[in-house]
Design a protein around this ligand. Structure first.
Ligand code: FEO
Length: 164
């Protein structure tokens, strides 16, 4: 059993996770369009991860006999100014998601909702990985700078995400 306030906050988080999925799918399309198939693949994998995040919360609400409700998903930005801009935006977005997860943890604590608090710990850990993954690519792209061959090489590496 969870409070109505927690139910509503978790539903808002489902929407944020689905928006994240939509944003990464837009980044996947834009990367493909700009000639970076590896990055397109990387963002598509990320899109799938975000769908799983939304589903986890959806399933938790149902398990708690609460109501999962789906709101409209905002239209994401469709075009970015190249790979560095895409990944910098991905990192910025993940920081927002982390803040949102922390707010949920704060609410669970305030309500002494131990079940939701425990459930949310998976997301706290996941956000560390999410930010690190995006930062890793941003750092590499900054090191490469304007070197086209470096970007092509990195694109090939990112195209292998999920193969290991
Ligand atoms: Fe579901 Fe990328 O946070």
């Amino acid at each position: 059993m969870i409070s109505k306030k927690m139910e509503s906050a978790l539903n808002a988080q489902i929407n944020k996770e689905l928006y994240s999925a939509y944003l990464y799918l837009a980044m996947s399309a834009d990367s493909a369009d700009k000639g970076f198939p590896g990055m397109s693949h990387w963002f598509k994998k990320q899109y799938h991860e975000e769908l799983e995040h939304a589903e986890k919360i959806f399933d938790y609400l149902i398990q708690q006999n609460a109501r999962a409700s789906l709101e409209a998903i905002e239209k994401p930005t469709a075009s970015f100014n190249g790979p560095l801009d895409s990944f910098e935006n991905a990192l910025k977005h993940e920081k927002l998601v982390t803040a949102s997860i922390y707010a949920l943890v704060d609410l669970a604590q305030a309500e002494k909702d131990h079940a939701s608090h425990s459930f949310l710990q998976w997301f706290v850990d996941e956000q560390v990985e999410e930010e690190a993954n995006a930062l890793d690519v941003v750092t590499k792209l900054k090191m490469i700078g304007d070197g086209n061959s470096g970007v092509v090489y990195l694109d090939g590496k990112l195209g292998k995400r999920g193969d290991d």
